[in-house]
Design a protein around this ligand. Structure first.
Ligand code: GLN
Length: 393
């Protein structure tokens, strides 16, 4: 059988591969960002609402059956209100000619987006360290990434770093803020540099804002599309996977310029038909009450502090993330030969999973780092920390 060239080298993602290995030893999985936090009231409510929608669907069309390809009206309207009130972003929930597409997770949004914009060898600028799914989604549609390395412990860059990667094939720049895996929260100044660059070189801006509620030490989340002149050239992607700890529901959305939103919605139709119907109904109320998500930052900051302090005690060198729910830790003082050996050592030694740093960098880089996820319930996180301390002893 002849397998298409673009998928020949596909392998299980590094992030998920380690999940399986941790599960084999019955360990605590701080590798994949599954989001195993304690259930909050709004999450229980969403589960009940989804359940109710499935029961309604036994009598009524549109609950267990297909929805409109850009999502149900109630959800698009709730998203428009949340985008206006939280992100200060204007979005039009019209089903056929609007700017919101409900997708199968943020991953589904990226697939629809790249399918809609990438031709031949188009290039997309991506900050490094990166989230591997962005690269895979791009590569599967024939695009090529060009990396902009973030510098130092505060992950800086400037206009010259962007210009250094610009070619005549550059189509877009992708900004993940708050960032997976490094926890950088792009400041308004950072985003202004990117906005100016996009306008000067006529580039599309793409954001991944799935950790928009996980912010620490007073960090502020700014959506790039709200900067002057950027709404018409920005695609804002986010999801409720992390916000509601429902990573398996596969619900995300994109807000895009009208014409592009329309094409993305059609790609969504022909790829997936629609996002899961009862689950769309399930999250409407939670999004209508989006102000409740503002308390997520306190919950996560306590978890971050616990894991950062523990890792430092154990001998890792850590930069405390200002957003998202991952920690990049330098293990070199602990004396492993490389990042894979460090992760294996932790799993086999004390049953705590992490992801080798090289999963988030171009070949040869990131080998001094491993990534931990702290989106875990307090009991599990305390257990993981006790195991890490034992590791040192
Ligand atoms: N976003 C999560 C992570 O970085 C999960 C990735 C996945 O399994 N799709 O770990």
């Amino acid at each position: 059988m002849k397998i298409a060239k673009r998928v020949q080298n596909l392998q299980h993602s590094d992030i998920r591969r380690w999940t399986r290995i941790v599960e084999e030893v019955g360990g605590i999985n701080l590798a994949q960002g599954i989001c195993q936090v304690e259930p909050r009231p709004e999450v229980r409510q969403a589960v009940e609402d989804a359940h109710a929608a499935m029961l309604t669907g036994l009598e009524k069309v549109g609950f267990n059956t297909y929805t409109h390809y850009s999502g149900i009206d109630d959800l698009r309207e709730a998203i428009a209100a949340k985008a206006r009130e939280y992100n200060h972003l204007t979005a039009d929930p019209d089903p056929y000619n609007g700017t919101i597409v409900v997708t199968n997770g943020a991953t589904g949004a990226f697939n629809c987006l790249f399918e809609s914009i990438i031709e031949d060898d188009d290039e997309v600028l991506i900050f490094e360290p990166f989230y591997g799914y962005h690269l895979k989604s791009l590569a599967l549609r024939g695009g090529t990434p060009r990396f902009i390395p973030l510098r130092g412990s505060s992950y800086e860059f400037d206009d010259s770093d962007l210009r250094a990667q610009l070619t005549e094939r550059t189509k877009a720049i992708l900004v993940n803020t708050p960032a997976n895996p490094c926890g950088k929260v792009f400041s308004r100044e950072d985003l202004s540099v990117i906005a100016r660059f996009c306008q000067e070189h006529d580039l599309l801006a793409i954001t991944d804002e799935v950790y928009e509620y996980m912010l620490y030490d007073g960090a502020e989340h700014v959506s790039l599309a709200t900067l002057p002149g950027m709404a018409e050239r920005t695609v804002t992607v986010t999801s409720f996977s992390k916000t509601l700890a429902i990573t398996g529901w596969r619900l995300g959305y994109a807000i895009a310029p009208r014409e592009l939103a329309n094409k993305m919605a059609l790609v969504n139709e022909f790829s997936y038909a629609c996002a899961p119907s009862p689950l769309q109904h399930g999250i409407v109320n939670a999004i209508r009450n989006h102000r409740q998500f503002l308390t997520l930052r306190d919950m996560y900051q306590a978890k971050r502090d616990l894991l950062v302090n523990t890792l430092e005690q154990v001998g890792f060198q850590v930069t405390s993330p200002r957003g998202s729910y991952y920690i990049m830790a330098d293990y070199t003082r602990l004396g492993f030969s490389d990042d894979v050996a460090a992760v294996e050592g932790l799993i086999r030694g004390v049953g705590v999973g992490a992801v080798p740093g090289s999963a988030f960098f171009s070949p040869g880089k990131g080998k001094n780092l491993i990534r931990f996820c702290f989106a875990f319930n307090d009991t599990g996180l305390h257990d993981a920390c006790a195991r890490l301390r034992r590791f040192r002893a």
